[in-house]
Structure formats: C-alpha cells, structure tokens
Design a protein around this ligand. Structure first.
Ligand SMILES: *Cc1c(COP(=O)(O)O)cnc(C)c1O
Length: 359
C-alpha cells in the first residue's frame, strides 16, 4: 500500500497499525466468529471495546473515572453546539462564548435558541487571524465556552484562559490529545472524532459528573447528558465501528508515549513548517502572524502571488501531498497535521515550501 501525505482537515489520517487491525476486525473480532460490524452492542465483545475506550481516554487525559464520565454520541460536534445549551441554559441564563472562528460562531447561534449567549471576547474584527486580546466574563455564567483549536482559521489556545470560577466547556474537536492541558480544569469537553481521534461517526464527550448534576432534566433522553451517563453511555445503539477504531487509536497513542509524546511531535512538525513559511516573507503569507496563537494542528497560509496557487498545489500533488487546499472561507492553503501525521510529512512539506519559494 502506497501512502500519501494526507494533510486533510478531517476526516483525516489514521495510524497504519490501526487501519491494519481494524481491517482484521471487519472480518472477525476476537474469537467471536463475527465481524465487528455484526456484533451486538450489548454483547461481551463490544462491552470490552466500549468500556476499554472510555477508561483509556480518561487515563490519557489524566482524569479519574470517579469524577468524569465519557460518552460516545452521534451527530458530530455540531450536535454538541445545541446539546450544551439545551442541557445548561434556559430562560434567564447566560453563557459566555469566546468567538474565535466559524465553529464558535455556529455554537453561539445554537446557544441563542436556549438562552443568552454572551460574546465575552471576539477576534472577528481581525478576521479571526488571532485570538482575542481580552475578554469580559459575565458573573454567574452557566459556563464559558472555548474552541481550543480553530480548525479553519489556524489559531489555537495553547492555554485555555481562566473562567473566573464558571464551569468551562471546550470544543476540542481538532486538538484533543494533541496538546498537553490540565484537563481537570474543564467541566465538559466535546470533540468530533474525525479530526485527531478516529474515524467520522462518533463524537466524544468527557464530562465532570458533578457538572452533569446541574443539567436540565426536561429533555428528550437522547439529548440529555444525564440520561446517557446514567446508561453508561449505552442509552441506545452507539456507533459501534467508529468507537472500535477510536479505541484502537487510543491504544496506539498510549503505546507511542501518550499525550506528552504527541505534543512534542506536533510541536516539531509545526515548527518545521512555520519556519519554512517565515523564511520567505515575499512568497508566503501565514494567516496567523502571532507565533503564540498559531495552531500546531492546522497551519494556514496564502501565497503573496495568488496566481501561483494552482502551480503550488500541482507541485505538492506530484510529491504525494494531498488535502492542502484551504477552507473556502479563508482561501489559500491549510496543512492539517494531526497526531497520526508523520514527521517525515512535515519535513517533506517544509522542503517543498523552500524549493517552491526559490523557483
Ligand atoms: C470539524 C469541527 C466541528 C464540526 O464537527 P462535525 O463533527 O462535522 O459536526 C466543530 N468544531 C470544530 C472545532 C471542528 O473542527
């Protein structure tokens, strides 16, 4: 199998050993005589996969199972934009949102259906090319919502700002397990798996049990975190195959050295590419200028001569690099380099950037 350098923003690259094992699981899981696609979600084979993935995720995040619970939901991170306010807002309640890009904008729009979503800080006037310089929190807010990594715009909160005591909710769809954080500061973390964690089809929710106790109860069970948690994340049929592949990816991550090692690799990869971009300011225009705000996961840049974009992409293609086209709202290019993206790929891109600039 010839692998390309897959810079896609999501669904995205997965580790080859995970793909190999998953392909065996499609034929038979354990000694069950059944494919992972055929087993009952209430049977012993899936039970072990399900509970194993939940506890492994908590261990990788440095969280205790006494304090936190893990859910595997459908609907993508987009459903979480609505589920969070459904569960924690209501008439007369306010949540603070840091508005840092397209995804936080969608989260704010959904929250406004259920209560007051106060934009506590925003970088919209800078076209989201940086993080907000300041923010003003509401006292007594139901929660503060932060998008840790702005997948489209290429900014990232290396340190999530303090919330003044309010619960913190994170959309960590594109950097969960890619950078080190003290996760015990957070009350609810959600992430669509298809960026940095696994395949499309499952959304991971990690929630503090005590925070869930404060959630609204007058909700359909399928939209209530409390009912999912009470059912051990098996309220209904979960996305069995995506959870299986997620579990394999978590095991791979653990074997590779865990989050600390991933964070070191991701920093090296990002540094290699940003260094090449910054070396040629007359050719490249990185969209995020402030180094502290630059994402380690999604690196966005444009060419000073947009008419060379086609050439740039064609040259990258010829070298086995795919997925570099930027999001339509930002234009230019975006190199997404998640945990499974190899360091050689980052070096290959840095090399190509230098050669293209000297042409
Ligand atoms: C991709 C993405 C989303 C949307 O995820 P879906 O799973 O497609 O709903 C939300 N937030 C962030 C930060 C993302 O990167």
């Amino acid at each position: 199998m010839k692998r390309i350098y897959n810079f896609s923003s999501g669904p995205a690259i997965l580790p080859v050993p995970v793909l190999e094992e998953a392909s065996r699981g499609v034929l038979e899981i354990g000694r069950s005589g059944m494919s992972i696609l055929e087993v009952s979600h209430r049977g012993p084979d899936y039970e072990a996969i399900h509970q194993g993935a939940r506890s492994r995720l908590l261990a990788l995040l440095g969280l205790s199972a006494d304090e936190y619970t893990v859910l595997f939901l459908g609907g993508g991170a987009t459903l979480q934009f609505a589920m969070v306010p459904m569960n924690f807002l209501g008439a007369g309640r306010t949540a603070d949102y840091l508005h840092t890009g397209e995804w936080s904008g969608r989260a704010i729009a959904e929250a406004r259906r259920y209560g007051t979503a106060h934009v506590a800080g925003s970088s919209e006037s800078e076209k989201f090319a940086c993080l907000p310089a300041s923010w003003k929190l509401t006292s007594g807010a139901a929660y503060v919502h932060v998008t840790t990594n702005n997948t489209i715009e290429g900014t990232q909160w290396k340190t999530v700002p303090p919330s003044g005591g309010a619960p913190i909710v994170l959309d960590a769809s594109s950097d969960l397990l890619g950078v080190e954080r003290d996760h015990s500061r957070f009350d609810l973390i959600y992430a669509g798996a298809q960026k940095n964690l696994g395949p499309a089809g499952v959304t991971v929710v990690v929630a503090r049990k005590r925070f869930l106790e404060s959630a609204n109860t007058d909700l359909p069970a399928i939209l209530s975190y409390r009912s999912h948690a009470a059912a051990d994340a098996l309220l209904n049929t979960p996305p069995v195959f995506p959870v299986y592949v997620l579990g394999l990816t978590l095991r791979w991550l653990e074997e590779e050295g865990g989050v600390a090692e991933m964070a070191r690799r991701n920093s090296r990869k990002a540094e290699a590419v940003y260094a090449a971009l910054d070396e040629f300011p007359s050719v490249y225009d990185p969209t995020v200028k402030e180094p502290a705000h630059r994402s380690l996961m999604n690196l966005t840049f444009r060419l000073k001569s947009p008419e060379r974009e086609g050439d740039f992409l064609a040259g990258a293609h010829a070298l086995g690099m795919d997925g570099l086209k930027g999001h339509r709202s930002v234009g230019g290019f975006r190199a997404s380099m998640y945990n499974a993206f190899p360091e050689e790929g980052a070096e290959a891109l840095a090399d190509y950037l230098r050669r293209f600039a000297r042409r």
